[in-house]
Design a protein around this ligand. Structure first.
Ligand code: ATP
Ligand code: MG
Ligand code: MG
Ligand code: MG
Length: 468
């Protein structure tokens, strides 16, 4: 059974043999790209090669790219723990052509690798094409895919875009059918989001560029950008439809179970999955220079960290847990990503500090949350004011509260939350304007907002402790 590391080598070597340069993964923080929070796909580092702004000394490239999808156009944060196929951090394998080969070569490459080198049975495969793309349809037919398994899709699922702007184009996707024992339907059907039919590879025909004003131009050259999720392929080659049952993720889940003295497959199963996933995204983000903070990238990191910490808490952990799992991750991925080795001490310290601080308010916040739920009628949402108090006083990012409520089948009144937030801002401004120094004080308010109330509470809590 191939391991995840074997699959990475097979992919890269296959495309190297086809004349592709093996290019290292770029960092998770895109260089020179303010439009994107984190690298969310293999094409990000080549964005300018597609538009013709940049040229390199190769026209074909292949990569294993670190990706994070926890914000922006591709956001899978809420899927983690609930689907078998989504992570916040994952590795995307890709092959790229910059004005070199196009559809007629890219489709056979993908089919050859999947059916001959990964030995996946063609009977288990489905393909999709953009509804108007007759050329791609014919290419699949020619290769031998029965027409009943080439599905035309009219939605954005088959028109790939990195974000609101940038190179884009119609795409074709390859799906694997894990069989009747799993719930789900083929792409395009109402049950497509189940875990039976799983998309493993997306081949994009890069031929357009999207601009901020909504307009789109045809690119001068036609290029190829593909993305295959390594964890999904590992799952199917290891005989499961569940990414979390693959060798690498399982090792992290077991580390989480050990550290919390709990059963990896017991009632806390979802908690372990979320912890294993979030351990990867937080560690790789820190290794790439992101630190927890109260805005921008750092706040997304903090949200992911705190979410994982709540899940560890739900498993009964009294002391910080996350930092203790880092060695297991380094064992699994340190060889392919040496930056993990280099940053190991920093990752451990950062996780430990954040978890120590957050634990001071986590218990009290969760108690408040439970108290709030007691009197709520069936189906009623958690009042926005309560969610705001959790945010403002206890350092609970809104999505953490939502995640906690989802386990109980409840939602937050987000309008109410926004209203409380707006009221607090208005109050702060009003208070300052009375002092005759409105301009300066607004500036102060902005700093407070940036630093966040949680920092102040952390300070208070420490002071309070020192005083008793
Ligand atoms: P899905 O429809 O399953 O959410 P996608 O169409 O959003 O996937 P793409 O943007 O096409 O995904 O990314 C290319 C490939 O990367 C996918 O075919 C899949 O194998 C993998 N992939 C995408 N998102 C994730 C994720 N959150 N976790 C793991 N693998 C992923
Ligand atoms: Mg998706
Ligand atoms: Mg898709
Ligand atoms: Mg896709």
């Amino acid at each position: 059974m191939p391991t995840l590391n074997d699959i990475r080598s097979t992919f890269l070597n296959y495309f190297a043999k086809q004349g592709h340069e093996i290019v290292p993964s770029s960092p998770l923080v895109p260089r020179n790209d303010p439009t994107l929070m984190f690298t969310n796909s293999g094409m990000v580092q080549f964005k300018n090669c597609f538009t013709g702004v940049e040229s390199r000394d190769y026209k074909r490239a292949t990569t294993a790219q670190k990706c994070v999808r926890a914000g922006g156009k591709h956001n899978d944060l809420d899927n983690v723990g609930y689907t078998a196929r989504h992570h916040t951090f994952f590795e995307m394998l890709g092959n790229f052509s910059f004005g070199d080969y196009f559809k007629a070569e890219a489709i056979p490459f993908a089919w050859d690798l999947v059916t001959k080198h990964f030995d996946i049975s063609p009977e288990r495969l489905y393909t999709t094409v953009y509804h108007t793309d007759d050329e791609a349809y014919e290419l699949w037919k020619k290769i031998g895919v029965p027409e009943s398994r080439i599905i035309r899709i009219a939605t954005s699922d088959n028109f790939w875009q990195m974000g609101p702007t940038g190179p884009c184009g119609p795409c074709t996707e390859i799906f694997f059918d894990h069989g009747e024992k799993f719930w789900g339907g083929p792409p395009g059907s109402p049950e497509e989001d189940g875990d039976r039919f799983i998309e493993i590879w997306n081949v994009v025909f890069m031929q357009n560029e999207q601009f901020e004003d909504g307009s789109m131009r045809a690119l001068d050259m036609q290029s190829i950008d593909t993305g295959m999720g390594i964890e999904r392929v590992a799952a199917l080659l290891q005989g499961t439809n569940d990414n979390y049952a693959t060798d690498l993720m399982r090792a992290l889940i077991e580390a989480s179970a050990d550290a919390t003295s709990s059963d990896p497959d017991g009632p806390g199963k979802t908690h372990h999955r979320v912890i294993a996933d979030h351990l990867r995204s937080t560690s790789f983000l820190i290794a790439d220079g992101v630190m927890p903070s109260n805005d921008g990238r750092g706040y997304v990191l903090r949200r992911i960290m705190r979410r994982a910490m709540r899940h560890a808490h739900m498993l009964g952990a009294k002391d910080p847990v996350m930092y203790r799992l880092v060695p297991a991750l380094v064992r699994q991925m340190g060889a392919a990503y040496p930056e993990l080795h280099r940053a190991q001490a920093l990752i451990e310290e950062t996780l430990k500090l954040e978890e120590t601080r957050f634990k001071q308010t986590l218990d009290r916040g969760l108690k408040l949350l439970d108290d709030e739920l007691v009197g709520l009628g069936e189906g009623a949402k958690l009042p926005g004011e309560a969610a705001f108090k959790l945010y403002d006083t206890y350092g609970f990012p809104l999505d953490l509260t939502q995640d906690a409520l989802r386990e109980r089948g409840r939602e937050v009144d987000t309008e109410g939350f926004d209203k409380s937030m707006a009221e607090q801002k208005a109050k702060a401004r009003a208070a300052w304007s009375g002092s005759g120094e409105a301009a300066d004080l607004t500036l102060w308010y902005d700093i407070a907002e940036e630093k966040g109330a949680t920092d102040f509470l952390g300070y208070d809590a420490e002071t309070a402790e020192a005083q008793i």
